[in-house]
Ligand binder design. Structure first.
Ligand SMILES: NC(=O)c1ccc[n+]([C@@H]2O[C@H](COP(=O)([O-])OP(=O)(O)OC[C@H]3O[C@@H](n4cnc5c(N)ncnc54)[C@H](OP(=O)(O)O)[C@@H]3O)[C@@H](O)[C@H]2O)c1
Length: 218
């Protein structure tokens, strides 16, 4: 087994994913990135020996499976999924151009991992999934002043993220869900609030190692 770790990325052509991919490659870790249009990533990383770009859709089990193997044939060490859809106006609220993008992506990822495990591919990737505020079942996880935004306007993306989180929580995988607020490019010098949400009692703690849900506390 190689000492160099490999991380699979879903949604790394922009935003959170590309930021995480850049950090990964800088640290000497290998990356495998699935991209619907591979030219987007190859233009940014023209000569990156530690990056493999796979063209395909995160809702396609075959394409996703191609990203989940290390060079030595075992499962990758970690998966970072940050796929998301584009907002579309729907009368007075917002919807997405693919309203179930995250839950479909998670279903596909879990199915791909199950299939590989059934084919005796060994390994246990740590999954990090990018979610958002407004998904907590413990209470309000956003500032009161943003209630119209998270409580009403962003209802469609929040329902999709919650469904994605539920799939992960009842799976046998080890994971962390990161619920982000509003991200901006670059480094901030401002104070950032971070919190840790306890797992629901319904989750089978025995099967889950070191997982948590990060959220901003208000
Ligand atoms: N940015 C924020 O402030 C913020 C706040 C709260 C929550 N979030 C959530 O955090 C996640 C990441 O945010 P972000 O800002 O990084 O999003 P983003 O910039 O919109 O990136 C979404 C990524 O998902 C990819 N993607 C979407 N559907 C795909 C599919 N079927 N197959 C393969 N790739 C697919 C896109 O690829 P293409 O290039 O092919 O389109 C893109 O790389 C999203 O779920 C978002 O809703 C973000």
């Amino acid at each position: 087994m190689s000492d160099i770790q490999t991380i699979a990325f879903f949604g790394a052509s922009t935003g959170v994913g590309i930021a995480a991919l850049k950090h990964t490659l800088l640290s000497g870790t290998r990356g495998v990135a699935l991209c619907r249009d591979s030219s987007k990533l190859s233009a940014i990383f023209p000569d990156e020996p530690n990056l493999t770009i796979v063209e395909g859709n995160a809702h396609d089990v075959e394409a996703v499976s191609r990203c989940l193997r290390r060079e030595d044939g075992q499962l990758v060490d970690a998966v970072i999924t940050s796929i998301g859809a584009k907002p579309v106006r729907n009368r007075m609220s917002l919807t997405l151009d693919d309203p179930e993008v995250c839950q479909e992506g998670m279903k596909t990822l879990l199915e791909a991992l199950n299939r590989l495990c059934s084919n005796r591919v060994s390994g246990s990737p740590y999954i990090v999934a990018c979610s958002g505020l407004g998904t907590s079942r413990f209470g309000r996880d956003y500032p009161l002043v943003t209630l119209p935004l998270y409580g009403y306007l962003l209802g469609v993306p929040a329902a999709d993220k919650r469904a994605m989180e539920d799939l992960l929580m009842v799976s046998k995988e080890t994971f962390t869900i990161v619920r982000v607020s509003i991200l901006v490019n670059g480094v901030t010098t401002k104070r950032v609030r971070v919190g840790l949400e306890k797992l629901s009692d319904t989750a089978s703690r025995g099967r889950i190692r070191g997982c948590g849900l990060l959220r901003t506390l208000y």
